[in-house]
Design a protein around this ligand. Structure first.
Ligand code: HEC
Length: 158
């Protein structure tokens, strides 16, 4: 299957604005997961995504999504990657051959430490990409919602 990142109009703070909430998880006007950051306090998923990103992605994509010589800066990629494209690239991986380089984005579709937290990572990177979350560990976070605990238990256990 060929996965291409659909190039959409760039994401921005207005498009990413949270308009609804379900059990501590926020959604934009299109129904895609998003962040909620108020006075420096991040929602649980943004915080969780920060942690997951820095355990499984930052070795290649750099701290805080800023990129490295090996892999692209996701804070830029995310401005034009929609939710569905993000999910499929991370699940299936990608290989870019050309210009004498072979840089591989591994497939994480069978890694529970990643796929059980794909929304979290998406939400965190989205917040970084639109300039809503600064670099570094978020200083304050919302409590972990019951729904997040239940989802984690069934995903990690199942
Ligand atoms: C072993 C290194 C490595 C790791 C670990 C890694 N990536 Fe990647 N990733 C890459 C490379 C290299 C590319 C560029 C591949 C290409 O150009 O086809 C890439 C591309 C991507 C893209 C597409 C970017 C674009 O501009 O189109 C996304 C999204 C992405 N990675 C997300 C993630 C996430 C989320 C994680 C952690 C769960 C992760 N990656 C972990 C190496 C890595």
């Amino acid at each position: 299957m060929l996965v291409t990142g659909a190039v959409l109009a760039a994401d921005n703070k207005e498009k990413a604005a949270a308009v609804s909430e379900e059990d501590g998880k926020y959604f934009d006007a299109d129904g895609n997961p998003t962040f909620k950051i108020e006075n420096g306090t991040v929602d649980w998923y943004t915080f969780s995504g920060y942690r997951r990103y820095h355990s499984d992605c930052h070795v290649c994509h750099g701290p805080d999504g800023v990129g490295s010589s090996y892999a692209p800066p996701l804070i830029e990629s995310m401005q034009s990657l929609d939710y569905g494209s993000f999910l499929s690239i991370v699940a299936e991986g990608r290989k870019n051959l050309g210009a004498g380089k072979e840089n591989v984005m591994p497939a994480f579709g069978d890694n529970k430490n990643v796929y059980c937290y794909l929304d979290d990572i998406y939400i965190y990177l989205r917040a970084r990409a639109v300039g809503a979350a600064p670099r570094g560990r978020p200083p304050r976070k919302a409590d972990k919602p019951e729904a997040a605990k239940a989802y984690e238990a069934s995903c990690m256990g199942g």
